[in-house]
Design a protein around this ligand. Structure first.
Ligand code: MOS
Length: 764
């Protein structure tokens, strides 16, 4: 099918991307909202489910190659230091040690983060890489690390972003501690004038913690050179990005690097970028001529592969007595860590409700700690907690129901881009969610339960992008026996990509799911697809798969027409069989069509079409929390979360619910438990394992009810899908905070809302 190059725009995480992309000249007609689909949307089990539960699925860690050796990294033990002297000679003599790389013997290797060198003798956080050892066993490599002699010059450090912003703070980079030297700002309308018209003004300060992604599967790579060609088995959300980053670092063509990622145990954003460890392993493998495996341990995971930046947020909101918002300002700062990352969090305030006068000012501050990375709805989790909390406070001052207040300021326009939304079903999410949680049971007077256990109900709303967009391609191969093979260079990060690709193909070709093989996560085998982040996988990839399958159907019909010498218009396609409308003798299963065509395999490649012009594409939702607060212990127990969301079309009901369970769990955990803690005196991270870094277990889980209020959004793409990975986590903390207020009459302004903080707030 002919294709054309068009302008395309979409949001990935917090960034607006404008690109040129190759798209179909004419896309397949979208499935209608009320169209009866047979496979798509159904709660079928994951096609890779058996492999996973039986333990036969191969993850990066399971890759074992002949002659393979192991690598380990020496990391800086201080928050800020310079290397005065390093001596690896004793370590090299340890039997079983094969090679050691440091800044001294890798001068030509650069690193993309700040185009600095792979190993920089200026160490900026506890965990910064100093050396990497290859040895016959992991144990020997670990022993060798202890034999490397390093003389450090310890430097003054800055851990707290508020301190690091000030004059005289320890300098982390020559260019200073504030990213780009100034805040990111946004403004619309006239804030001063807006506040002068306000009848009620509320001003509050909130803070959120640094949270660590801590996916179940650790980061790591297995690398193997075959001559000048490098193969990398990686645990990554972005096979093509890893390929290109590693190729650039090693100064070899991208075509010489193959990245494979078959299965993955989570990433949440921490695996959106190539790891330094991959380049270190590739260098060692080249030098010693053997495959190298490098995997991080939980301590390294908690120090060196990203985090959700913390935030201090000052919000000021003005409204009229009838509830109309007239002005809002948001000032924030957050720690980027030692290398550039984004710490902004004002987007929800800018776009979620109608307000003519808005200004935001956000500082991203460098600190001597591990660098931040996008973490499941970056910025929005922090921003929504603060914003949705203060909204409840202003609603109370106005004597309005929180939902009524939100509805009063409802908007169908994206006020930043000044564009209408392709669809917005937040109203329905409020209605259905409120009914499911029993909104009428919330306390009319907060904290009015007698006894030490106080119960309350709260809610919060969510907006996110996640419309995806081109470029994204899928190749479909149909074999003589009627079996199909779909290939796309996307990733299944645990969300169900394998399964929806099979479902979309099965829907179009009307063949059983088990006749469809899926290959993804392989830069050599598959056509390009974007990284798996920003909730854009299903919205980008599913339309490309459908486009490939529809073309295959057309090709088969054309083939049958040629075989029978019958015009295509007279042919019918049903259940994988082609028949002539007015000649009952002409019937052929598609496998026979391929044979009669004298083909071995038919091939089509589908492409994701461009997003519609003149619209904003966003997902929406509201979550409702029912909580109990024990005012004697400060312990918050979440009894139930209702997640009511507009996500466009659901491709698979089971994997969709699964993502909501994960998102709500992670949101609850952000709200109540998780926190990276750094010792102020030494600058060292105290929470470097899963004993001290608190993640929830099944005992902490509430009842979760998921309600989807959308059928499809046919304006976006031929499948009408919006992403759901990130929306699921966004409103949870705000809903819990508002429920705690309803239960106790006390406003929590800092996450995690741990028992000590709750008690302190209750007693103040
Ligand atoms: Mo991104 S934080 O992996 O969706």
């Amino acid at each position: 099918m002919p294709r054309k190059i068009v302008k395309s725009k979409y949001f990935i995480e917090e960034n607006f991307v404008e690109t040129l992309a190759e798209v179909p000249t004419e896309d397949v007609k979208p499935w209608e909202s009320d169209e009866e689909l047979k496979v798509v949307g159904k709660p079928i089990s994951r096609v890779d489910g058996y492999d996973k539960v039986s333990g036969s699925a191969t993850y990066m860690f399971d890759v074992i190659l002949p002659n393979m050796v192991h690598a380990k990294t020496l990391r800086c033990p201080f928050p800020h230091a310079k290397i005065r002297r390093i001596d690896t000679s004793r370590a090299k003599k340890l039997p079983g040690v094969l090679d050691i790389i440091t800044h001294a013997n890798t001068p030509e290797i650069t690193w993309y983060r700040d185009t600095s060198r792979l190993f920089d003798p200026h160490l900026r956080y506890e965990g910064d890489e100093i050396a990497c050892v290859a040895a016959k066993t992991e144990h020997i490599a670990e022993q060798a690390l202890k034999q490397i002699e390093v003389e450090y010059e310890e430097l003054p450090f800055a851990i707290d972003p508020g301190q690091a912003m000030k004059d005289g703070a320890a300098r982390i980079h020559d260019w200073g501690n504030i990213l780009r030297g100034k805040p990111a700002t946004y403004e619309r309308g006239d804030v001063k004038k807006g506040f002068s018209e306000a009848e009620v003004v509320v001003e509050e300060e909130f803070s959120t913690q640094v949270a660590i992604h801590n996916p179940t599967e650790v980061h790591g790579s297995v690398v193997n050179w075959d001559g000048d060609y490098l193969t990398i088995w990686d645990s990554t959300q972005a096979v093509f990005r890893v390929r290109d980053t590693v190729a650039t670092s090693l100064n070899i063509p991208s075509s010489h690097v193959r990245v494979i990622k078959k299965y993955m145990g989570g990433g949440f954003g921490s695996k959106l970028f190539a790891g330094k460890y991959t380049v270190m392993a590739a260098l060692l493998a080249k030098r010693i001529g053997r495959p190298v495996k490098i995997t991080l341990d939980r301590r390294e995971m908690n120090l060196a592969v990203g985090n959700r930046p913390d935030s201090v947020q000052k919000l000021k909101i003005g409204a009229k007595n009838d509830g109309t918002l007239v002005a809002m300002t948001h000032y924030s700062y957050g720690s980027s860590g030692a290398y550039p990352s984004g710490a902004g969090c004002s987007w929800p305030l800018r776009t979620l409700y109608k307000c003519p006068n808005v200004s935001t000012e956000e500082y991203t501050v460098m600190t001597n700690a591990g660098a931040g990375r996008p973490f499941r709805a970056p910025g929005h989790v922090q921003g929504t907690f603060a914003f949705e909390s203060i909204l409840d406070d202003i609603a109370e001052k106005l004597n309005m129901d929180p939902i009524e207040f939100r509805l009063k300021n409802y908007t169908d326009i994206d006020q930043v881009q000044e564009l209408p939304y392709t669809s917005k079903r937040l109203r329905e999410a409020y209605e259905k969610g409120a009914r499911a949680i029993g909104w009428s049971n919330r306390k009319q007077t907060p904290g009015s339960d007698s006894g030490p256990i106080k119960r309350g109900i709260g809610m919060a709303s969510q907006i996110w992008w996640g419309g995806g967009g081109p470029p994204a391609y899928a190749t479909l191969k149909l074999n003589r026996d009627g079996s199909a093979h779909v290939l796309a260079g996307t990733q299944d990060i645990g969300t169900g990509t394998y399964t929806f690709m099979a479902q979309v193909t099965a829907e179009v070709l009307e063949i059983p799911v088990d006749k469809i093989q899926i290959t993804l996560g392989d830069t050599d085998a598959c056509p390009y697809c974007p990284l798996s982040g920003g909730s854009m996988t299903a919205p980008s990839v599913s339309p490309a798969v459908r486009h490939a399958a529809e073309q295959m159907k057309d090709k088969l019909i054309s083939g049958a027409g040629a075989i029978w010498n019958v015009p295509e218009a007279q042919l019918r396609y049903a259940k994988g069989v082609i028949s002539a409308a007015d000649d009952g003798s002409k019937q052929m299963p598609i496998s026979d069509v391929i044979k009669e065509m004298k083909e071995q395999v038919l091939i089509t490649t589908g492409a994701r079409a461009a997003n519609p012009e003149g619209y904003a594409i966003n997902s929406f939702g509201a979550q409702f929390a029912d909580v109990e607060v024990n005012i004697e212990t400060g312990k918050v127990r979440v009894l139930k979360i209702v997640a009511a969301h507009d996500v466009g079309r659901v491709l698979n009901h089971k994997t969709m619910e699964n993502q909501f369970h994960g998102g709500v769990m992670q949101g609850l955990s952000f709200a109540l438990m998780e926190e990276r803690i750094i010792d102020e005196a030494t600058g060292k991270v105290l929470t470097t394992n899963l004993h001290t870094y608190k993640l929830p277990t099944i005992m902490d889980m509430p009842e979760i009810e998921v309600i989807i209020v959308s059928e499809s959004d046919p304006l976006i793409s031929n499948t009408g899908v919006k992403g759901i990975g990130e929306p699921a986590i966004i409103p949870t903390a705000g809903a819990i905070a508002n429920a705690i207020y309803n239960a106790t009459g006390v406003r929590m302004k800092s996450t995690p809302m741990t028992p000590d903080k709750v008690l302190m707030a209750l007693n103040s």
